[in-house]
Design a protein around this ligand. Structure first.
Ligand code: ATP
Ligand code: MG
Length: 649
């Protein structure tokens, strides 16, 4: 590997000068969080406002699985995200909205306006019959009403279940049934990348598909399209808004009362209804937002490009930033509409201080070269972040050089829907970075490596990533299926939380997530992370994207099967195949030489942009009959063309 990719990048001087947490502070706080968790959390819980301050901190067990934090505390998450900022920030923007269409006016809601809107929305929900504990499905595009609806649910103690507004009727129906959700909030239509998406229509179809009876549907008017309304069941938000008061008390909630259900991306199987509760989740998202984004009491703008349909949107568009009194940017569109410089144009226009996006988006943008970035003024930025997948060093360095001007810290944040918030990440003022490493654990997090038999592996090594102890933001269960929760995360290694991910732990104590454990190859007895091979392939200038899986191989046990998407205008031919094999050999070694290179114009991805390796594995294995749940795929037709390609090999 080149020197740049293996180098360590120190904390930038301007970050060191303003940071809320330097190296010494991090180390002292981290040590204390493990040695005296009770004392540590007693000091930290004041980061949120409690109606009744908890006396009990963590009270948890992994065998049997029973997780509680702050169980005798009482609070309201919406109050913390909205009301408590009114004295100091009533006129500060809480939500800034940028439309899909760059010529459409943006919208700003101040904290005072957000408060009034959330109260009205909460009163409208009550008028529909929504009560504390009821599950409310939210199927909304990236418009301010999505955050307003979530906060309104939290205000009255209803449990929101946000479903990404691009899922099919069938997928929505499955989630309505699983959550036994009586109420739905949707919009007439959504807009993304210049296209309209028929949301109300999809909800009508989903209600037909679902066996659970939906009692009420609240519809937000967004595009103004004429949509059919079912009498007695459907009502318009703008009609109800006229009839309700802008004042609604925030319901006192026990810390362990559910806040939301969120279905995982489905990269590895049937989506799981992850349940988060109020106190622990809010403490965790508030604290991680503050430390990872190095957030002082500054009222600046934070931009997380995720959709509210994913946990990243929940924790780092809505709850984390608003609980800290930040201004949060919601973007309705996509990175490449109307042109590939849209992200950078939005940064120039709204001037966020922090920018948080996914490696998949960065790789797509990197492919377009530096010019679209360089033509915009990005001088408002002081920090860059990534989440969602391992970031390959090439993409990290591009982000660092072109967007960060070799000046901004990058936080590569590792976490999961199930973890509620960030668990492993640099704290920008405290931890020097290495491209491709999520670096060090957050306070209270105790990562460890185990081998296949569950024995701890010490020292610099690779293995299965587990967490030894609980943290406040941890999921409490899978909705309605505690046994599946226990089996999925706590049965592989007794007494430990198994992340499903593999990791390397290096000589400096840095963590390098290598991808899902299912994605580790065993080639002639050597263990190889698919992410490593992918990173070598993507490092080739003619490759846009790559996904690597294992397949049965007579001699090696497992062979290396590579799906490769060349950059626009490049042909995937025998010459390129030979070049790529040579490149991987050179970077990793002969053991990693690909056995098969399958060129394809596209890869199967979830709606959140993650490659579905489980499907690629089946196709590589020539097993086309049992591809499993494909309802969460962004474009199912990709699968047929991959199968055809495989059959021709
Ligand atoms: P499912 O659990 O349904 O298969 P999913 O795991 O893709 O879906 P998420 O909870 O959104 O759903 O994603 C968490 C996973 O994403 C992690 O387990 C890890 O594999 C990957 N991931 C997230 N952030 C990072 C990161 N910074 N570096 C490496 N991997 C990451
Ligand atoms: Mg997962």
């Amino acid at each position: 590997m080149s020197d740049a990719t293996t180098a360590t990048y120190p904390v930038p001087a301007h970050t060191a000068a303003r940071t809320i947490c330097d190296t010494e502070t991090y180390e002292a706080m981290y040590r204390r969080s493990l040695e005296d968790p009770d004392g540590f959390w007693r000091e930290q819980i004041g980061i949120v406002d409690w109606i009744k301050t908890p006396g009990v901190m963590g009270n948890w067990s992994y065998a049997p699985v029973d997780i509680k934090w702050f169980e005798d505390g009482v609070l309201n998450a919406c109050f913390n995200c909205v009301d408590r900022h009114l004295p100091a920030r009533a006129d500060q923007p809480a939500i800034v909205w940028e439309a899909d269409d760059p010529d459409a006016a943006s919208i700003t809601l101040t904290y005072a306006e957000l408060h009034a809107e959330v109260c009205r929305f909460a009163n409208a929900l009550k008028a529909m019959g929504v009560a504390k504990g009821d599950r409310v499905t939210i199927y909304l595009p990236m418009i301010p009403e999505a955050a307003v609806a979530m906060l309104a649910c939290a205000r009255i103690g209803a449990v929101h279940s946000v479903v990404f507004a691009g899922f099919s009727a069938e997928a929505v129906a499955g989630r309505i049934d699983d959550a036994k959700s009586d109420f739905i909030i949707t919009a007439d239509e959504g807009r993304r990348g210049g296209k309209t998406i028929p949301l109300k229509q999809t909800i009508d179809d989903a209600i037909c598909h679902a066996w659970h009876e939906v009692k009420g549907v609240l519809v937000v008017r967004h595009t103004g399209a004429d949509v059919p309304m079912t009498h007695a069941r459907d009502s318009w938000w703008h009609d109800r808004r006229e009839t309700v008061s802008a004042d609604c008390p925030a319901e006192p909630m026990n810390a362990e009362d559910p806040l939301f259900i969120l279905y995982t991306s489905g990269s590895t199987g049937k989506p799981k209804g992850v349940l988060h509760t109020t106190g622990g989740y809010l403490v965790w998202t508030t604290l991680t937002f503050k430390y990872v984004f190095d957030w002082r009491d500054e009222g600046a703008l934070h931009w997380c490009t995720a959709d509210v349909g994913w946990v990243t949107g929940h924790s780092y568009i809505v709850y984390g930033p608003l609980s800290n009194g930040a201004s949060t940017l919601m973007f309705e569109g996509v990175p490449n509409y109307p042109a590939v410089d849209r992200f950078w144009a939005v940064i120039e226009k709204h001037r966020p201080a922090t920018f948080y996006t996914a490696p998949t988006a960065l790789r797509a943008l990197m492919r377009e070269g530096d010019a679209p970035v360089l033509k915009h003024d990005l001088s408002s930025l002081r920090l860059l972040g990534t989440v969602g997948e391992p970031i390959n060093p090439e993409a990290w360095l591009w982000y660092h050089r072109v967007a960060g001007k070799e000046r901004l810290p990058i936080v590569d944040t590792w976490w999961q829907t199930e973890t509620g918030g960030i668990l492993i990440s640099p704290l920008p003022g405290a931890i020097p970075t290495k491209p491709g490493s999520a670096t060090k654990p957050f306070f209270g997090i105790e990562p460890a490596l185990v081998d296949a038999d569950g024995k701890f592996i010490e020292g610099p090594a690779s293995g299965n990533l587990v967490l030894k102890s609980s943290w406040p933001g941890q999921a409490r269960t899978l909705y309605g299926d505690h046994q599946r929760f226990a089996e999925t995360y706590f049965s592989a290694y007794k007494g430990l939380y198994f992340t499903g991910d593999g990791s390397r732990h290096d000589e400096d104590g840095y963590w390098w997530i290598t991808g899902r454990v299912d994605d580790v190859l065993n080639v002639s007895g050597h263990r190889l992370g698919t992410a490593e091979v992918e990173s070598a392939l993507v490092g080739h200038p003619k490759v846009a994207e790559a996904a690597v899986v294992g397949y049965p191989h007579d001699i090696k046990g497992q062979g290396i099967y590579c799906y490769v998407t060349p950059i626009a205008g490049v042909e995937g031919d025998a010459a390129l195949e030979a070049e790529l094999k040579a490149e991987v050999r050179r970077e990793i070694g002969p053991i990693a030489t690909p056995d098969q290179i399958h060129f394809t114009p596209a890869l199967p991805k979830t709606r959140s942009g993650k490659i579905m390796r489980r499907i690629l594995r089946k196709i590589a294995e020539n097993d086309f009959g049992s591809l499993g749940d494909t309802t969460t795929l962004a474009d199912p037709s990709v699968v047929d063309s991959l199968i055809a390609g495989r059959k021709n090999r």
